[in-house]
Design a protein around this ligand. Structure first.
Ligand code: HEC
Length: 178
């Protein structure tokens, strides 16, 4: 092989090599363009349907302030109690007759307010005791207007169970030796 032939073969190799590289680059560019086109038609659609994305857009585009309008249903504007605030707002529930007396009945029966027979005052309770326990239970549960004043049903705490109110009657009766 002389020098001339060798140079000819080299240039042939370079030409073929360049052609192959060129085709590979063209394929790479084509694949890139194809993947962009496919992604644009599929990925974006999935993003727009994503529930987190939809929620965040809804939140960002929601009206800044909401006003109650007369004659419209404004129920959605009602103020809701913060979670966990419920029980602390409720009145405490007494555990027994003594606690019930301390928390509820004492208000009137302690000082003998509005004509209530004073707790521990045997004379004041004498006429009541004469009526008998079932009547006293019934008066404490349903309410009762007697000679001296008005006993409200359950002493005003209609949220408390009947059995507890009876325990309260028992406790007050025990204070006058019954
Ligand atoms: C708002 C005041 C008030 C509170 C609170 C109250 N009472 Fe009375 N209670 C009265 C009055 C007034 C009478 C007297 C009614 C009468 O004989 O004229 C009365 C009478 C009674 C009597 C006697 C009823 C009768 O037949 O003579 C019982 C028993 C009684 N209360 C139980 C209770 C118990 C138990 C509680 C607590 C759960 C309670 N009361 C809380 C006002 C109250």
């Amino acid at each position: 092989m002389d020098i001339k032939q060798a140079a000819k073969q080299d240039s042939l190799f370079i030409n073929v090599f360049s052609l192959v590289i060129g085709i590979l680059v063209a394929i790479a560019v084509l694949l890139f363009a194809l993947s962009r086109a496919v992604a644009g038609r599929t990925q974006d659609v999935q993003v727009y349907d994503d529930s987190n994305y939809v929620a965040s857009v809804t939140q960002r585009t929601a009206p800044f302030a909401r006003e109650a309008i007369a004659g419209h249903n404004n129920a959605a504007l009602a103020i809701q109690a913060p979670a966990g605030a419920g029980p602390s707002l409720a009145l405490p529930v007494p555990a027994n007759g003594k606690e019930l007396f301390e928390q509820v009945c004492k208000t009137c029966h302690g000082p003998g307010l509005v004509g209530a027979p004073k707790a521990g005052d045997r004379t004041a309770w004498a006429s009541a005791i004469a009526e008998g326990k079932p009547t006293l239970y019934q008066h404490a549960l349903d309410g009762y207007t007697g000679k001296t004043g008005t006993m409200p049903p359950h002493g005003g705490r209609t949220d408390l169970p009947d059995a507890l109110i009876k325990q309260g009657v028992d406790y007050m009766l025990s204070l006058v030796g019954h």
